[in-house]
Design a protein around this ligand. Structure first.
Ligand code: MG
Length: 376
């Protein structure tokens, strides 16, 4: 007889950090970084952490006034049912709750997250250093190159930088300078954040043919331009990647069905729960596609992306290329350090231990607590 486990208490940790020097991509500048962690505690004393990304004033109010009252007293083992209901109100909150309830299930079984999911197939996962290349200063290119140089010195051999936020000429100048600096010491992904049309992408075609170290071109077009992606995929000598804002496995189906993309990029916080996220990984594998998770908005969600990647069958039999890399935010953001989980030479080792296997930095939870005021 399994003992029922009820959700008894829920803690929330809204965190805010105003950036002294904004940085950005083709969508504009980030002036702050935020994090919203939740901790669910059961009547039996088990706990689980979840992470949600959204604007704190509305997220915090909705979570505390609607979602917490709904969850209190519910069976923690009813994850799929609870997440399905919360998804109707706030999809991203549902994703955070699903992480917390997954950890509680693992702890109840005395297992790690990966063991709960059937056991890991990979102990180590490659990560790539992810940059927001643009700054408000005139010398943004110089600063961008310095950040990239530092990451390579720290052992990252896969990098992602932004295009699409300046003229094509200026962006090409930036990437040319970077390639001269890198001298093929690292592989490079380019992310346009859905800012181009096909003609703009084709202006890069000669350079794509010249550079042998390109990992992928990310989101050159809006993600609903399936036939545009298909045309580019047939024409360009570089893999196409995308989908960080798609909300379910079914949203990836048009791209998969049309064979319009090479690499799916789901995000654990943007899909409908960690279970729905894993459905997308399986979708990719069923169709023989690669998956390189988007994980720019938080440390716990990134950890879950690594767990899911560790349990994913290989896409390749090539030694050293068995599993695709996970995104690693290397920009100024204190919240990437909330969970002590650090890459060495561009690789992370999956934590052992029950639940997520690592503790949150409780001092940081206090130091960066959002004071409730509006910010923009
Ligand atoms: Mg992107």
């Amino acid at each position: 007889m399994v003992t029922p486990v009820q959700i008894e208490r829920i803690e929330t940790y809204p965190l805010l950090y105003q950036l002294p020097r904004p940085y950005g991509d083709a969508n504009g500048y980030k002036k702050y970084r935020t994090c919203y962690l939740i901790r669910l505690v059961t009547t039996s004393g088990l706990d689980g952490w979840g992470e949600i990304i959204d604007w704190l004033p509305t997220l915090d109010k909705g979570f505390r006034e609607r979602i917490i009252p709904f969850l209190l007293g519910k069976q923690a083992t009813q994850r799929l049912h609870l997440v399905k209901t919360i998804k109707k109100w706030h999809r991203r909150a549902a994703a955070g709750v699903s992480m917390a309830l997954t950890e509680i299930a693992a702890k109840q079984a005395g297992m790690s997250i990966c063991d709960l999911w059937g056991g890991k197939l990979h102990d180590r996962i490659p990560v790539y250093a992810s940059f927001q290349s643009y700054g408000e200063e005139d010398d943004w290119q110089k600063k961008s190159l310095a950040l990239v140089e530092q990451a390579v010195a720290e052992g990252f051999c896969k990098l992602k930088v932004k295009i699409g936020g300046r003229t094509i000429k200026e962006d090409q100048q930036h990437i040319r300078s970077m390639q001269e600096m890198l001298q093929y010491q690292a592989q490079l992904a380019l992310d346009a954040n859905q800012s181009y049309d096909p003609a703009a992408v084709i202006e890069w075609e000669c350079l794509f043919r010249e550079w042998a170290n390109l990992l992928w071109l990310e989101e050159p077009l809006p993600m609903d331009r399936t036939l545009g992606y298909k045309m580019l995929r047939n024409r360009l000598p570089i893999p196409l990647a995308g989908g960080e804002n798609l909300q379910s496995a079914s949203a990836f189906v048009p791209l998969v069905r049309e064979e319009a993309i090479d690499i799916l990029q789901p995000d654990t916080m943007h899909e409908d729960g960690i279970d729905g996220y894993r459905d997308t990984l399986q979708l990719a594998r069923h169709f023989g596609l690669r998956v390189s998770p988007h994980a720019f908005d938080g440390a716990l969600s990134r950890l879950y992306a690594c767990f899911a990647q560790a349990c994913l069958p290989p896409w390749s039999k090539m030694v050293g290329e068995e599993i695709e890399p996970v995104e690693w935010d290397v920009m100024e953001n204190p919240f990437t350090k909330l969970f002590s989980f650090t890459p060495v030479q561009g690789t992370i080792t999956i934590p052992e231990g029950v639940g997520i296997g690592i503790d949150v930095d409780t001092e940081m939870l206090e130091a960066y607590r959002w004071d409730g005021s509006t910010y923009r």
